[in-house]
Design a protein. Sequence first.
Length: 295
Amino acid sequence: MAFIDYYKILGVAKTATDKEIKTAYRKLARKFHPDVNPNNEAAKKKFQEINEANEVLSDAENRKKNDKYGKDWKHAEEFEKQQQQQSQQQHYQGAGRGFSENDYSDFFESMFGGGSGGRARGGSVKFKGQDYNAELHLNLKDVYKTHKQTLTVNGKNIRLTIPAGVKNGQIIKIKGHGGAGINGGPKGDLHIKFSIANHTKFKRDKNNLYATVDLDLYKALLGGDITIEIFNGKAKLKVKPETKNGTKIKLKGKGFPVYKKEGQFGDLYITYQIKIPTNLTAKEKELVEELAKLR
């Protein structure tokens, strides 16, 4: 596995602060995002590298391991455990010394089956391959129904079935689609984070939807039928006479699909917002004045 300089990918110094890393990531992510660069494989690859670099450097513990172990940072715990065991073994054998610089290099070689110490006790140590991280940008309407989509990760096309009801920020794992294993170990996994933009008039809260509907003054006073837009079409409602401004109603089962529960939906909550008529004619003003006298 070749060394990946995550700092170089984000264009920041090794001493960069968390804020500087976040700023650099956001700037590059906007520049190389697939939506901005359609059908551009080079941009897609760069976008994936940027996401991977951010996943590592934005996490304090992962960044520390990366700085210490470089390309092998994923296996830091295994390295330290093996180092401790070898150190203890040397002590019991009367070596009377710790690791020298050469010992440290031999140690890494032995972990991966290279050099004269090519095998650790009991054979080469197998490690799972590196996990990959990707971010998939979708619109809210895209996840109202289950659909298929093709992702390109490291030059390979992966056909995904995206269940209806996926939430913003949710992460799913695709087993075995990460980096190759070491010494015959299993492949890593692919972790996909969903970034879902909402360009609709509906507000989503878990499985429920919320919307405001304008109601004219006369309909609010006298009542009657109205037709409103719901997420997947239209619905007819009966307005009660003397409906007050801010009245809320619930449309059961007209909300968002429940993740991985076929046929189950949340609810839709409607808030009425009464619109006061403007630009009244002389006759309309006269009638309103007459109504005011009656009241």
